[in-house]
Design a protein around this ligand. Structure first.
Ligand code: NIG
Ligand code: FE
Length: 415
């Protein structure tokens, strides 16, 4: 057993996700301690009590830092090859993200690079980013495919996720996003590509996964529902087929234009709907009446230098579940740090530091259906936690741009 002691504060949060005004419930224990054994949290409480109860335990000195659950990043496009700094410069000169995409750049250029490299090269590049995210406190990270689009490369990306999960120490949650863009082979024929996804790709991905990862839950299925990509009817068709096959659902909705994706996600019982910049009040209400988590990605408008963000306050007022994620990807936002995301959420969406922390832990765990295992310091959950170099959790949002995580603990192992 290990006891983490000499903390300034332990922030356990709540065992269950936090809806609406419950967001930001931290249950902080001043000078608390955490007892860990066999990769699990045994007990959280006052240091004096735990040290007396478990006198034989090994001790880990937090050196006066705050202790909290590892961040869960529930939306990334982690697995890609290459770099699009040139597009960043084009945007600074006035081109929009969607204009660059329509002209054949954007996602398509990363697709070419990702198709070109070997599996080993893809893993090498992606592993560096996953390690950076882990070092900044993300102990569980969702990772999407979608830079292959053809089946071979989509399988290469799934294989990379699978292999990286063995490398660790981070933990990846896989999502199949073959519906991320229209590949050049189907240019001008989105309907044909949707047929291919529904009739061929989804069933083959399921079979591949059942053979490769027997016993592990199927990946999520995600679709980029957006003007010029997949419209609402195509999105519905892909998601309904995925659901029929037993996949759990996610959706990129309302990033640039409102097509009604958020309401569709709620209607289909999706695990999450993500981006939600242009979401209407009716769609927010539809989500709040469901179990679908609203995942906000403030790094994206920030990195695109846009002024509009997810209407987080409205989501909270409607009693919805709000979570935060990085959206880490080479096009709109290359950022591995969930600390930066909390800092942005406070400034641009007016969350309190406590709300941002809940949205980055217990609620983001729900956004990947892992809330029973991770996201809070609750007896019996996986021992994924962070020791900060600062005594006050609020510094995660107040300060920004530097890494305030001193120690990461994953399944009880200290890194
Ligand atoms: O979430 N919106 C679609 N996908 C990504 C961008 C991917 C890319 O540009 O490579 C996003 O912003
Ligand atoms: Fe995304």
């Amino acid at each position: 057993m290990i006891i983490i002691h000499n903390t300034s504060q332990v922030i356990p949060l709540t065992a269950n996700p936090q809806r609406g005004s419950a967001l930001g419930t931290l249950n902080a224990i001043e000078h608390g301690a955490v007892a860990i054994e066999d990769g699990k949290i045994i007990e959280v409480g006052a240091a004096a009590v735990l040290l007396e109860r478990y006198p034989q335990a090994e001790k880990l000195d937090a050196q006066g830092g705050a202790v909290l659950p590892g961040f869960v990043d529930p939306h990334t496009h982690l697995v890609w090859a290459g770099n699009r700094a040139a597009e960043f410069e084009m945007r600074l000169q006035g081109k929009t993200y969607m204009e660059i995409m329509a002209a054949g750049g954007g996602i398509a250029s990363t697709v070419s690079e990702t198709r070109r490299v070997s599996l080993d090269e893809l893993i090498a590049q992606s592993h560096q980013r996953a390690l950076a995210a882990f070092g900044h406190g993300s102990t569980t990270i969702e990772a999407k495919t979608g830079y292959g689009l053809d089946l071979d490369t989509e399988f290469k990306q799934l294989e990379a996720i699978f292999e990286m999960n063995r490398l660790g120490p981070y933990e990846l949650v896989p999502t199949y996003m073959g519906a991320h863009a229209i590949p050049t082979e189907f240019k001008g024929d989105t309907a044909g590509f949707v047929d291919f996804l529904v009739e061929t790709a989804l069933p083959e991905v399921k079979n591949w996964w059942l053979v490769k990862a027997e016993g592990q839950a199927l990946p999520f299925v995600d679709v980029f529902c957006e003007q010029g990509v997949f419209d609402i009817d195509q999105t519905r068709r892909i998601l309904c087929e995925a659901r029929e096959l037993g996949f759990a659902l996610k959706l990129h909705a309302d990033e640039f234009v409102n097509l009604g994706g958020a309401a569709l996600a709620a209607e289909l019982g999706a695990t999450s709907a993500d981006h939600l910049v242009k979401t209407s009040l009716d769609d927010i209400r539809a989500m709040a009446d469901s179990e679908t988590v609203a995942v906000s990605l403030p790094g994206t408008p920030f990195s695109l230098a846009q002024s509009e963000y997810t209407p987080a306050k409205q989501i909270i007022a409607a009693d919805g579940y709000l979570a935060l994620a990085t959206d880490l990807n080479p096009g709109t936002t290359w950022n591995e740090s969930m600390q930066m995301i909390q800092a942005l959420a406070c400034r641009y969406m007016k969350l309190t530091p406590a709300q941002a922390l809940s949205a980055a832990t217990i609620n983001s765990a729900k956004a990947v259906s892992r809330e029973a295992q991770i996201g809070s310091l609750t007896s019996g959950k996986q021992a994924d936690l962070l020791i900060l170099s600062t005594p006050d959790y609020r510094d995660l949002s107040y300060r920004y741009g530097a890494n305030l995580v001193r120690t990461v603990i994953k399944r009880g192992q200290v890194w």
